[in-house]
Design a protein around this ligand. Structure first.
Ligand code: FRU
Ligand code: MG
Ligand code: CA
Length: 611
């Protein structure tokens, strides 16, 4: 580990980024085995984003600079070195725009300004400038599906101002005759993701408006060209400031069934038939009219065209779009657009490790889930791997503590972009947040004192652990917007930086190792070695090969390394799980290897010298 790290700090490894032709075909990479030895070999140059380490900053919980207990932009500026030190190359910030914070920034009231608790425009411009000086790319999180009901768009629309009248999805009520009275009802049985009807009555406008998320998050009407223009305007505004791209939120919900296609009324969703759900609970219906509608992809493709044109007109590096969509694999892949991924977003986030795997998964499940993405992915597009985010339990809590290093190794050694949610680099776990302290709108709407833990996203959002000072060094305030997790004295960055062996040190070793051509350009092979252990090998002719062996099981496992095709022993241990008894630098000569529960080893083999 130390060797690799020194090489990296010494700067002998050149960052693979810069001005490059986009869309290098993975198919091309697969034939690199036939290339001549390194001295005569020119590897395709990758665009800055194609093999970057992308880090999600949950702005509210990253670092508080002014002692109000809430993370802010100056806090991020103060800690920019952390990204460089970690080997992170790009960051995306959860929404920083003006917001009443019903859904902590995912309810935007002004897309053109900074939320006051986070700072001001000057702070943002400073952040961007300083990040760029350090070679970091900065992406913003745009929420195109809905705006806050406190936005001017909604206020004007509710007031029936002609220019904004059709900005949102408004519908007449359905009147039902109940004998002695007529009852006003929503136009369809659509259910909000946060519980209750997706329709809310507006006394002002005397119509219902649609909200697929909270009542305070009104869905835009994307059939109105003015809305399309406005979203493009918003993107242009931030691109003009210099941002490097966007994470696009909640795209499956952009478009809903249109009454014109259903005899003038909104069609009901079919019922799931699952008896435990009542009619106002998510799961009661099957969302065929409100999710994954094909029309939405054309909108997304227009956005891609816009950012590509922006680069043509303004020069500079590629501006990227990364899309968020929890959808089945076919609908997810449509976000790439075409075979080389140049029509749609640069990639849709790959949530396989979140939705398809857990602490119950064995090696077969891991291999299957990884190959599923690589198999369905358009051949010329770039893969990516997400292990956690602000909506799901943290990686260490969804899997097991002892798997942290293996999971980070997997993330950083697989082909394509590695995505890290803040805290994963130090193996942070979910914090405990009582019902009284719960602020997540999803948990408050859908749960109660007994059930909220099924829904709450607060535990994954507790503040980052910088050190073991009060409030984990996140804030000088004892009272933080969410409580600090109890384990901060045990798991924090300062301690892990000081220690010779830590999750953070493993993470650093691997982000450094990623710069090796084998990991940016090499072939991959992945398969099981046993029910609980699998391998991932990366190879590139004329270069060192790197192999991860990872026991995801809860028992010790003895495996036979000779079953890994192309792995020639002896191999040298580059890094290992923090609790491993195998020393870094150790030479492995024998093919039988015993791995402890959760143990991962990264091995290096050098190419046989060509005569
Ligand atoms: C992901 C998400 C959530 C947010 C929702 C609505 O689905 O980013 O965090 O609550 O979209 O914007
Ligand atoms: Mg603050
Ligand atoms: Ca919508």
């Amino acid at each position: 580990m130390k060797l690799t790290r020194e090489v990296c700090i010494g700067g002998t490894v050149v960052l693979v980024c810069g001005i490059v032709a986009a869309g290098i075909a993975w198919a091309l990479l697969r034939s690199l085995d036939d290339l001549p030895p390194p001295s005569r070999q020119t590897l395709p140059v990758l665009d800055w984003w194609e093999h970057c380490v992308l880090y999600q900053v949950y702005t509210r919980s990253f670092k508080d600079s002014d002692g109000d207990g809430i993370g802010d932009l100056k806090g991020i500026i103060d800690e920019l070195d952390h990204f460089v030190d970690s080997g992170v190359e790009a960051i995306w910030l959860s929404p920083i725009f003006e917001s009443p914070m019903v859904d902590f920034g995912y309810d935007i009231s002004n897309y053109y300004d900074i939320h006051h608790e986070y700072g001001n425009m000057k702070d943002f411009e400073d952040l961007l400038r300083k990040a760029h000086v350090l070679g970091l790319k900065v992406l913003l999180d745009i929420v195109p599906n809905h705006a806050s009901i406190e936005s001017e768009y909604f206020q004007n629309s509710e007031a029936d101002e002609p220019e904004y009248r059709d900005y949102f999805v408004w519908a007449e009520p359905v009147w039902t005759d109940m004998g002695n009275e007529t009852i006003r009802q929503p136009p369809s049985n659509w259910v909000s993701l946060f519980g209750g009807s997706a329709w809310e009555w507006s006394e002002v406008r005397q119509k219902y408006y649609l909200h697929q998320f909270a009542v305070e998050q009104a869905d835009f009407n994307f059939r109105n060209p003015a809305v399309m223009d406005e979203i493009i305007n918003i993107m242009k505004y931030w691109l003009d400031k210099g941002v490097d791209g966007f994470r696009l939120d909640a795209l499956p919900y952009l478009v809903e069934a249109y009454p014109e296609d259903f005899n003038g009324s909104y069609p009901d969703e079919p019922l799931s038939g699952i008896s435990k759900f009542s009619s106002n609970q998510l799961g009661y219906t099957i969302p065929i009219h409100t999710k994954d509608l094909l029309e939405l992809y054309d909108i997304v493709y227009e956005w891609r065209k816009f950012v590509d044109d922006y680069k043509i007109k303004n020069g500079g590096d590629t501006r990227v779009l990364f899309s968020e969509a929890y959808a089945n694999i076919s609908m997810t892949m449509l976000y790439y657009g075409d075979e080389d991924g140049s029509l749609g977003t640069h990639f849709p986030f790959n949530f396989g490790f979140i939705t398809d795997l857990s602490d119950k998964s064995d090696a077969r499940d891991f291999v299957y889930t990884i190959l599923k993405w690589l198999t369905y992915k358009p051949s010329g597009s770039v893969a990516n791997w997400v292990f956690g985010n602000h909506d799901n339990k943290r990686m260490a809590s969804r899997f097991r503590d002892d798997m942290v290093d293996g999971l980070n190794a997997l993330n950083l050694m697989l082909p394509g972009v590695a995505v890290t949610y803040q805290g994963e680099e130090i193996g942070m776990r979910d914090g405990y947040v009582s019902w009284q302290d719960t602020v997540d709108v999803e948990a408050r709407n859908r749960g109660n004192n007994d059930t909220y833990l099924q829904y709450t996203r607060d535990p994954a959002r507790t503040p980052f652990h910088w050190n073991d000072d009060m409030s984990a060094g996140f804030s000088t305030n004892e009272n933080t917007w969410l409580p600090i997790a109890d384990d901060y004295t045990e798991i924090n960055l300062a301690q892990q930086r000081e220690s010779d062996t830590s999750h953070y040190k493993v993470y650093q070793t691997l982000t450094c190792l990623r710069k090796e051509p084998t990991l940016s350009h090499g072939l991959y092979d992945i398969n099981t070695l046993s029910r609980e252990t699998f391998y991932l090998i990366r190879r590139l002719k004329g270069h060192d090969s790197y192999t991860l062996v990872f026991n995801v099981g809860e028992e010790e496992d003895e495996v036979d390394l000779s079953r890994i095709p192309q792995l020639e022993l002896p191999a040298r241990v580059v890094t290992a799980s923090v609790f491993s008894e195998v020393m870094e630098g150790k030479s492995i000569n024998q093919s039988n290897l015993t791995l402890r529960p959760g143990e991962a080893l990264v091995l290096k083999t050098s190419p046989v010298t060509d005569c």
